[in-house]
Unconditional design. Structure first.
Length: 292
């Protein structure tokens, strides 16, 4: 790591991190939006499309391949491959805007007061911005000084833990969450399966309240209480998709428990048991805050 290296405008150098799997439709635009960084580390999960070819076509990209054991594991490992003091983390379906780039550049050039920062996400559903249903407040820790943040050991939906407070930046990233159902529905199923696996690993149970109550509550909360209906037909479909994902998670977990009672143990996805992936760097201390 180059602890004192500086990039454009005298700011500390930045490593961008992008994790991918079969993202040929997204990876090019994502990487292009991050070329102002001093390197772009792409960690791919052995894509079978043109993701690797497209990523490698960028001179600033350092390309790695690693088996996928969850977003938290992949991002922690990717951060460990970076070379510079600050790390900016993106998914392939996200884009850095010129406004966000300018804000980060100015922040780091002036000497940041914090070691981690939250970035808001502007969520798109089939080219329509989701302005209600709670997703207008979507935000994640994505800018972090090396060693000041780490993802916890969870297979899915892990929020970065930080060593100190993480202020929110003013400008959002763009998140093209749903482009088409043929692309998004397999992801819902995959996340439902992974969520159930996390629940199984932590000895969660599932019954009527979970299989019926949780999806129903999620839909009513998003669509009614958080005003998702104001987004029209896209809002209705979007809220139902999120409720469906919740249903899948708890229904799969119920099925596993039901089959376990019959002597049939579920086949879980692989969890990352490498302690080095989850460990904080020696001397960095323990996390004191979690921001999502």
């Amino acid at each position: 790591m180059e602890a004192v290296a500086t990039g454009a405008q005298g700011r500390p150098k930045i490593s961008a991190v992008v994790t991918t799997f079969n993202e040929e439709d997204n990876v090019g635009d994502c990487v292009a939006s991050l070329l102002w960084c001093d390197e772009v580390v792409v960690v791919d999960s052995f894509s079978t499309d043109r993701t690797a070819e497209i990523a490698r076509s960028f001179e600033k990209v350092r390309f790695f391949e690693r088996a996928y054991r969850g977003s938290a594991s992949q991002k922690n490992w990717a951060m460990d491959q970076t070379r510079f003091e600050w790390i900016l983390i993106f998914d392939a379906d996200e884009r850095c805007t010129p406004e966000l780039q300018a804000e980060i550049t100015a922040l780091l050039s002036s000497g940041p007061a914090a070691e981690a920062y939250v970035i808001k996400r502007r969520v798109y559903f089939m080219d329509r911005v989701i302005r209600h249903s709670g997703w207008q407040h979507d935000r994640v820790v994505r800018l972090v000084r090396r060693g000041a943040g780490r993802y916890p050991n969870k297979r899915v939906h892990a929020d970065m833990q930080t060593r100190g407070p993480a202020p929110v930046l003013r400008n959002p990233m763009l998140h093209y969450m749903v482009e088409s159902f043929d692309q998004y529905l397999p992801r819902i199923v995959k996340y439902g399966f992974w969520g159930a696996a996390q629940g199984w690993k932590t000895n969660r149970s599932s019954g009527l309240a979970e299989v019926l109550g949780r999806p129903l509550w999620r839909f009513l909360r998003m669509y009614v209480l958080q005003l998702g209906f104001l987004d029209g037909m896209p809002g209705l479909v979007f809220c139902m998709l999120q409720a469906f994902g919740t249903y899948l998670k708890w229904a799969i977990l119920w099925e596993w428990h039901a089959n376990a009672a019959r002597g049939r143990t579920p086949k879980l996805p692989e969890f990352d048991e490498d302690e080095a992936v989850w460990a904080w760097e020696e001397g960095q201390g323990e996390p004191t805050a979690r921001r999502s």
